[in-house]
Design a protein around this ligand. Structure first.
Ligand code: ADP
Ligand code: MG
Length: 269
């Protein structure tokens, strides 16, 4: 039976789509058949982050209207056999699909995949409820900022109210130097406020923006970056492996940049 995991946050722009793309790729690298479902109807961008935008022909809506079969809508990633994307429609709004239909789509995928990751839209309205409906687990993504953490707290409450018990926390865009200077919440602060288990910590790094623009998820890069490594570790934890959290402080930019390059250039683990 597939593990169906929704990647959600409440607040927009905190890294849900980036997380979905990179965790999906990492899970395939771990040997799992993985389907990524874009539930952000009208504002899709998972296809862009994966560099698959030119291959979208059908979307979830054509599957539902009977215009095509699910296999026709799924885009297979040539770089990463084992990964498929079910794109969302771009020219429709979030009300063009309902929770039952979303559950139906996921039920079509469940027999064939080990992991199904659902990229949730921002907000807590229809699109959110559609995306969380079929999920039995959730990863709540937040940045260490007060507004994002408060929205994450609200979302955790809603997930619990909807019967999702397995909820983990991913803290994205951490800036260790700012934490050290007391200008940013630490991971421990965020964890204490939200009181759910931590699955990953991803540092702020401009290479994430570059990878977004290129449509090349970080975890595919030959010379893995620090955020790429942190996403890989997150996938391993999702898979039940015990992986120590990276000491991001010691990898920070500035005088330690060379050291970071040295370690990451010589090791892939
Ligand atoms: P969401 O899906 O939650 O709206 P995205 O995944 O689309 O968020 O990310 C929003 C923007 O933030 C993107 O431009 C992305 O490149 C950038 N971003 C995400 N995570 C990081 C990070 N760790 N460091 C730097 N930029 C990031
Ligand atoms: Mg998104």
């Amino acid at each position: 039976m597939a593990r169906v995991i929704v990647i959600t946050s409440g607040k927009g722009g905190v890294g849900k789509t980036t997380t979905t793309a990179n965790l999906g790729m990492s899970l395939v690298q771990l040997g799992y058949q993985t389907a990524l479902v874009d539930a952000d109807i009208g504002l899709r961008n998972l296809d862009l982050l994966l560099g698959l935008e030119n291959r979208v022909i059908y979307t979830a809506l054509e599957v539902l209207s009977g215009e095509c079969r699910i296999e026709q809508a799924l885009i297979k990633d040539k770089r990463q056999p084992g990964l498929v994307l079910l794109p969302a429609a771009q020219n429709r709004n979030k009300d063009s699909i309902n929770a039952e239909q979303m559950k139906y789509l996921i039920s079509l995928l469940e027999p064939q995949y080990d992991y199904i990751l659902i990229d949730c839209p921002a907000g807590i309205e229809t699109g959110f409820h559609n995306a969380i409906g079929p999920a039995n687990e959730a990863i709540v993504v937040t940045t260490p900022e007060i507004a994002a953490v408060r929205d994450a707290d609200r979302v955790i409450g809603l997930l619990e109210a909807n019967g999702i018990k397995q909820i983990t926390l991913l803290v994205n865009r951490l800036r260790p130097q700012m934490v050290k200077a007391n200008d940013m919440m630490s991971v421990a602060d965020v964890k204490e406020i939200l009181a759910i288990p931590l699955i990953g910590v991803i540092p702020e790094d401009e290479c994430v923006i570059v990878s977004t623009n290129r449509g090349e998820p970080l975890v595919l890069e030959k010379k893995i970056s620090l955020p790429g490594l942190a996403f890989e570790h997150t996938a391993c934890r999702l898979d039940g492996q015990q992986v120590e959290f990276l000491d991001l402080q010691s990898y920070s930019k500035g005088p330690l940049k060379r050291l970071r390059k040295f370690f990451l250039g010589s090791s892939n683990t």
